[in-house]
Design a protein. Structure first.
Length: 159
């Protein structure tokens, strides 16, 4: 049994004993895996008697949940109006081209997941890009390349 399986075990016990919302349950699982693995959803369904269809419906309805695992690095470009007029779409186009994926997808080597979002509430900093949870305002092609290079260098240093 690995560490994540133990955590799922604890979550199941918690919901059996204390109850809770299905959304809360999914959030707990998502915080462990950063996505909702199909086999875990099946297990929750079996152990807690929640129809699997309900779990899948909720997992796909809420944008904060994902069924597919995130890549090693998560890049999220704000394409809200203020960021859009400052060139966000060009950043998305370049990343899609360089990564050979569309926004919402993960590269085949599982290194990068590219996503877009509509307004992060810091419009004056647009275009805004979040790289692995770190906010980068006034992003442009040059800064984007430099951020990606830093990720690469950090990876090589730890290899
Ligand atoms: S439009 Fe990008 S932060 Fe508001």
């Amino acid at each position: 049994m690995n560490e994540n399986t133990d955590k799922v075990e604890q979550i199941i016990e918690k919901y059996k004993n204390e109850g809770g919302t299905v959304i809360g349950l999914l959030q707990d699982v998502s915080s462990i895996y950063r996505h909702l693995p199909e086999d875990v959803l099946e297990r929750l369904s079996d152990e807690l008697g929640i129809p699997l269809a309900k779990l899948f419906t909720l997992s796909t309805f809420y944008k904060s949940f994902r069924l597919e695992p995130l890549g090693e690095h998560h890049i999220c470009v704000c394409v809200g109006t203020a960021c859009h007029v400052n060139g966000a779409q060009k950043l998305v186009d370049t990343l899609e081209r360089d990564f050979h994926i569309k926004a919402g997808e993960t590269t085949s080597d599982k290194k990068f997941t590219l996503e877009t979002v509509n307004c992060l509430g810091a419009c004056a900093m647009g275009p805004l890009v979040i790289v692995d949870g770190e906010y980068h305002g006034k992003m442009d092609q040059k800064k984007m390349q430099s951020s990606l290079k830093k990720l690469e260098t950090a990876e090589n240093d730890t290899a």
